[in-house]
Write a protein that binds this ligand. Sequence first.
Ligand SMILES: [Zn+2]
Length: 160
Amino acid sequence: MDYKQISFEMRLADTDADATAQMLLDKATEAARRAYAPYSRFRVGAAALLSDGTVVTGNNQENAAYPSGLCAERVTVFYANSRYPDTAITHLLIVAETDEGLLRQPVTPCGACRQVLIETEKRQASPIRIYLAGRDTVWCIASAAELMPLSFVPESLVNQ
Ligand SMILES: [Zn+2]
């Protein structure tokens, strides 16, 4: 058996002057305020920009049976893919707030959402630029694939 140590470095960019990020931040913040999060009181909003200019937003939807709820990112991406299956998502911004207001640091998607984002990129054959927004900082990531190296992908189902 051959073991190799590997490491990954996420590329971050300054997005202060990025009008798309600001527009999506406004939409995602509005969406976060509409979240159904009575248990965690951690309200997440997401806004996706599609290649035709359409913006789709979503938020987390919790449930008393906790695992039945769904994250804002997947609500947004699944809605976009169900309503506009042939239109690529080009950008996705995620933001979160508590009762004390927007999080200072960027919020990061859970592993399950990363999995869905990566398959969405593969499905549409183009990257999704991800903005992870906090009150003080926005991280910009060129592709969802960078969020989860060595992810399980459709090709993983084939015995190679
Ligand atoms: Zn998630």
